[in-house]
Design a protein around this ligand. Structure first.
Ligand code: SF4
Length: 165
């Protein structure tokens, strides 16, 4: 998280990025095989289901949890507690959740750039120049290094995302 410009308390209260509409399921954080093996059940004992890719990484499977046909209905991530926020310990939190609202994206010319998700309600009030400075100082190298072992965090560029470098 961009802790210098986005306070943890703001995220804890907002939780926008921890609930998903059907059309935003592609934004679910990618999870490693070890993570999915470790977290098989929710705190109430119910099973957590995953969609696993042929490379072994995956995402939580929320598809059967929608109750209506309303496209604005949101289903929370199974690790979101209504009172406490994300219940995962820091060492197990998916990298993409820690980096949100930044994404490492593959651009049309095949370069990798850190981009800002356009929908985060809080960070979009921060000057893009400040976010560019933060990215240059710390995020690009961190994300690119992480992606060497976890290439599944790289997303193809989507229109609307704001390149920060
Ligand atoms: S893992 Fe935690 S931070 Fe990430 S979406 Fe789920 S509840 Fe939110």
């Amino acid at each position: 998280m961009l802790s210098k410009v986005l306070k943890k308390e703001v995220c804890a209260e907002c939780r926008f990025c921890c609930s998903f509409r059907r059309q935003s399921l592609w934004e679910l954080p990618k999870l490693s095989a070890q993570f999915m093996e470790k977290y098989r059940t929710k705190s109430d004992g119910s099973e957590i289901r995953y969609i696993v890719s042929d490379k072994g990484d995956g995402v939580t499977d929320l598809r059967d949890l929608y109750q209506t046909d309303d496209p604005s209905e949101e289903v929370p991530c199974p690790f979101l507690d209504a009172q406490k926020g994300c219940i995962l310990p820091a060492e197990d939190k998916p990298f993409e959740c820690s980096a949100w609202p930044l994404r490492l994206m593959r651009m049309e010319d095949d370069s990798l750039k850190v981009c800002l998700t356009p929908t985060c309600p809080s960070v979009n009030q921060v000057s893009v120049d400040i976010l560019k400075d933060e990215t240059k100082a710390s995020w690009h190298e961190l994300m690119e290094n992480y992606a060497k072992d976890h290439p599944y965090i790289i997303m193809d560029y989507k229109e609307g995302y704001i390149p920060l470098e």
